[in-house]
Design a protein around this ligand. Structure first.
Ligand code: SF4
Length: 367
């Protein structure tokens, strides 16, 4: 894997900066302001995306802010320029979901992913703008999805991973009815400056227990566990080198104003005296395909690619991780060419160690 691919596998779009919640760990800098994406931005992105989708599977992920806060009328106008081959996804806090939104998801073929951190007491960080718990409103939205038979994924942030928590979480999501689950250990990113340094043994034990919970009832596609098992299987088959893509997926994030930040959506909306606004161009001035072809020339991107090479030559986990995420390096280390971060320790290194710990604890005595 070297350099950045000219064609991504998906694009992240920010229909509005606004979020109706104010979660304690949120990284978004402008979530109190309703800055909406003009339709001209969607038209410019669709001009690049439609041919990519006609040639193979391609997704647009509507992220925020809270994307549903843009309203159905505006979101419909932003969706209109995209062709029928484009898959649309929405990452939502679910609090605004009602019957009309479910009809909207069905009409536009939108796949839904809900952000919820587990049972009520695990959602203390998810609060309204007035500081009240958002849990009942999140669950009310999920109930509407279920009533309409809308399949959904879930994304959970875990702030304090520890033994005992993983089984509780997995059982909760089995009951919730999601078909895919992603688990993120809280990250120090954006305006969230809380430390994410965690006790290594507790994080490893959390992941090991999550593998065990999933193996007992693997009805949910558990993203992190399936990734690591796929990697372990490839290592055993001598095919680990084939797992990483040949080039990094640029994961372009198109912000509300049309500016494009590659590799890490979390960098959108920030500026730095050394790196500027992190953007590689604006779709209102330059076609997205051209921006991506030249993205490697954005100074911080070159620095990040040097960091990926440093990872390749120094880290035994590189074949699984591929060099980590740009935003974690920047917000933890202040630059892009470092290697280990707390994020990669929590979410890559200890994840793989947890899978191995589970395997060791459950290996057959005869083996
Ligand atoms: S685990 Fe960390 S140090 Fe290793 S390749 Fe990934 S980002 Fe680099």
């Amino acid at each position: 894997m070297r350099g950045i691919a000219a064609v991504p596998s998906y694009v992240v779009m920010q229909p509005t900066t606004l979020c109706n919640l104010d979660c304690a760990y949120c990284y978004l800098p402008m979530r109190a302001a309703d800055q909406r994406m003009p339709v001209a931005v969607a038209e410019a992105v669709a001009a690049a995306v439609n041919p990519w989708a006609a040639a193979g599977r391609f997704s647009v992920v509507w992220h925020g802010g809270e994307p549903l806060a843009a309203g159905r009328k505006h979101l419909a106008a932003l969706l209109a320029p995209f062709g029928p081959e484009v898959e649309h996804h929405v990452q939502t806090n679910a609090t605004l979901i009602d019957d009309a939104w479910c009809a909207f998801f069905a009409e536009h073929g939108i796949r839904v992913s809900v952000s919820v951190d587990g049972p009520r007491e695990r959602n203390a960080e998810r609060v309204t703008r007035g500081g009240r718990p958002a849990y009942d409103r999140i669950l009310a939205g999920v109930a509407v999805l279920r009533r309409h038979g809308v399949a959904f994924s879930a994304l959970a942030v875990v702030s304090r991973p520890a033994p005992g928590l993983a089984t509780e979480l997995y059982d909760y999501f089995l009951d919730l009815g999601c078909d895919v689950l992603g688990v993120n250990i809280e990250e120090t990113e954006g305006v969230n400056t809380r430390t994410n340094a965690r006790d290594p043994a507790a994080v490893t034990a959390f992941w090991a227990e999550l593998v065990g919970a999933w193996r007992r009832d693997p009805r949910i596609h558990l993203r992190e566990v399936e990734w690591s098992l796929r990697y372990a299987g490839a290592v055993l088959a001598g095919a680990a080198d084939d797992l990483l893509p040949r080039r990094l997926d640029p994961i372009p994030t198109v912000a509300h104003d049309g500016s494009v930040v590659v590799l890490s959506p979390e960098l959108a909306g920030f500026t730095d005296p050394r790196y500027g606004d992190f953007s590689s161009g604006n779709v209102l001035a330059t076609p997205l395909a051209e921006i991506l072809v030249d993205a490697g020339r954005t100074p911080w991107v070159g620095e990040f690619l040097a960091g990926v090479e440093a990872c390749r030559s120094s880290c035994p986990y590189f074949g699984f991780c591929g060099g980590g995420h740009a935003a974690n390096r920047y917000f933890e280390l202040g630059r892009f060419d470092g290697t280990e971060t707390e994020h990669c320790r929590n979410s890559k290194i200890r994840l793989l160690e947890g899978v191995l710990e589970h395997a060791r604890d459950h290996e057959s005595p005869a083996a």
